[in-house]
Write a protein that binds this ligand. Structure first.
Ligand SMILES: Nc1ncnc2c1ncn2[C@@H]1O[C@H](COP(=O)(O)OP(=O)(O)O)[C@@H](O)[C@H]1O
Ligand SMILES: [Mg+2]
Length: 504
């Protein structure tokens, strides 16, 4: 292994058109230590690490490797110096085996033929040493996401990386896979590797890191030993103010069933069963959370409920009225609001203005329309009120929606959907990619509506979100509900259910 005792970034500045992504950042990593790099979306974490990995060149500042100034020209140069990076999006060739992927770009000992047997043998050794179990002869496309990530880590270790940069590695993992990854990270640390762990999740920082540096708007706003801080303080640093993460939920007043789902089934995009006999009720004044790992039928579930996907069996009733396979417009008029997972393609019309998007779906209804004519005065007033009430940060009502941040687009969708005063809200991944500040705001609004008697079906891959908001949690695995449990259920137990290893 190439020895790295320390890497130091000094005064790193990086500008993109219109954005100062990194502003005089100081950051370092040492052998035998896990340093967490924490910050909201857009804080500048990936940019800083891409500079260290040679993908970007800094506009100013320097990098010291073992106290010596270096210029890292490219990822190949970084790897040669012992720096490896595991990206958010994997860079594997799906049709190749694990060993072939690792060997890609390496010179073999028996040129020009690749010595795959030797690669496999060394991979098995690395796997065993660091707890990265994966079969070298398996084809990458056959591997689960967590296993593909292990291949990425193995690839870096195979190339003798002494410093490993992991960019939001847990975003794609189940709780169990996160545990496994953390075992690996600890072993790597004990073996003398330096690790940089990028995340925006506070509990992960507390669990795995030795030190934490917080970025906000491209600047370092704090750097402390993990032992000496807590999630509250870190959230405060990240956002720049206090953040609420637990909510008062007075007991629900009504038993009325608003959404009733019986044995609902549907096919996925590849015509295979994606939703299998799902039964679930949501009552007035209740938030039912649907937890699960991405890709277990959640998207198909939401789409089937709102009429965007055909049910192949079962029934959906809203306030007692049969809604199975009705058109989306009919379902909406029955009192259903929808926050789609794909907000830029389904939630808004990207090229329309804030004002136009604020009235989508409602525009055929009085009082915004009179006869077939739109009342533009009222539409403008209505849009302005929503933007104000929901704190949507936009330069003007005439701004195209596509130029707003994810959090502000989501607030606009929420404002529009809730302004129709629905009986039922189906919210799919309502805060995915949204920063902590806007997440807190959206959560607050959901809780308010719950307390006012709205029925809410919250479909979310963010387990912390489900735990914070839901009155009951339904766990989805391979298109089935494998259990419905109270929100005080242990995370480990939920994790087992999410992985299909347990039913409740
Ligand atoms: N290649 C790029 N071109 C232009 N702007 C970019 C590019 N990469 C990142 N940015 C901008 O720089 C800022 C920091 O982004 P990033 O480093 O990806 O943040 P993080 O990883 O903390 O979410 C953001 O405003 C982002 O939009
Ligand atoms: Mg990033």
């Amino acid at each position: 292994m190439i020895s790295i005792t320390s890497v130091e970034l000094k005064g790193i500045t990086k500008r993109f058109p219109g954005v100062l992504a990194n502003d005089r950042i100081n950051f370092d990593a040492r052998a035998g230590e896990i340093h967490a790099l924490l910050g909201e979306n857009g804080a500048g974490k990936s940019t800083l690490m891409k500079i260290l990995y040679g993908l970007y060149q800094a506009d100013a500042g320097e990098i010291l490797l073992n106290d010596t100034p270096v210029k890292i020209k490219s990822p190949t140069d970084a790897l040669r110096r012992g720096i490896g990076m595991i990206h958010q999006h994997f860079q594997l060739v799906a049709a190749f085996t694990v060993a072939e992927n690792v060997a890609l770009g390496l010179r073999s000992t028996r040129e020009p033929l690749l010595d795959l047997a030797a690669v496999s043998a060394r991979l098995r050794d690395l796997s065993a040493r660091y707890g990265l179990s994966v079969d070298p002869s398996a084809l990458v496309w056959q591997l689960a996401v967590g296993q593909q990530q292990r291949v990425e880590i193995l690839k870096a270790l195979y190339r003798d990386a002494a410093l490993l940069i992991l960019d939001e590695p847990t975003a794609v993992l189940t709780p169990q896979e996160v545990d496994d990854l953390f075992v690996t990270l600890r072993r790597l640390k004990e073996a003398g590797h330096a690790l940089i762990f990028i995340t925006h999740k506070l509990n992960e920082v507390m669990r795995i890191s030795d030190r934490v540096t917080v970025l906000r708007d491209g600047r370092v706003v704090g750097s402390v030993a993990t032992k000496e801080t807590n999630t509250k303080e870190l959230a405060q640093l990240m956002v720049g103010r206090d953040v609420v993460t637990s909510w008062d939920k007075p007991p629900r007043k009504s038993e009325e069933i608003i959404l009733q789902i019986e044995n609902l089934s549907a096919l996925g995009d590849k015509e295979l069963p994606a939703l299998k006999n799902v039964s679930l009720d949501v009552r007035a004044g209740e938030i039912v959370g649907v937890a699960g790992v991405s890709g277990n039928g959640q998207r198909e579930f939401a789409e089937t409920l709102v009429g965007l996907r055909r049910a192949t069996g079962g029934a959906v009733r809203v306030v007692g009225n049969a809604m199975t396979n009705r058109a989306p417009a009919e379902i909406i008029s029955a009192g259903v609001a929808f926050i789609p997972e794909e907000r830029l393609t389904m939630g808004v019309v990207r090229d329309f203005t804030v004002q136009e998007n604020a009235i989508l779906e409602t525009h055929a209804n009085a009082p915004l329309a009179r006869g077939v004519f739109f009342d533009f005065g009222r539409i403008a007033a209505h849009a302005a009120q929503l933007v104000r009430e929901y704190d949507v940060k936009t330069p003007s009502l005439a701004t195209p929606v596509k130029s707003l941040s994810g959090g502000n687009i989501q607030k606009l969708i929420l404002a529009r959907e809730l302004s129709r005063q629905p009986k039922l809200l189906i919210a799919a991944q309502p805060t995915r990619g949204v920063d902590i500040g806007a997440t807190e705001y959206i959560h607050q609004r959901l809780i308010e509506q719950r307390n006012a008697g709205m029925a809410i079906l919250l479909i979310s891959e963010d387990l912390d979100e489900v735990l914070a908001l839901a009155d009951r949690i339904a766990v989805m695995y391979e298109g089935e509900i494998v259990g419905i449990v109270p929100p005080n259920t242990r995370v480990e137990e939920l994790g087992l259910m999410m992985a299909g290893a347990k039913r409740a």
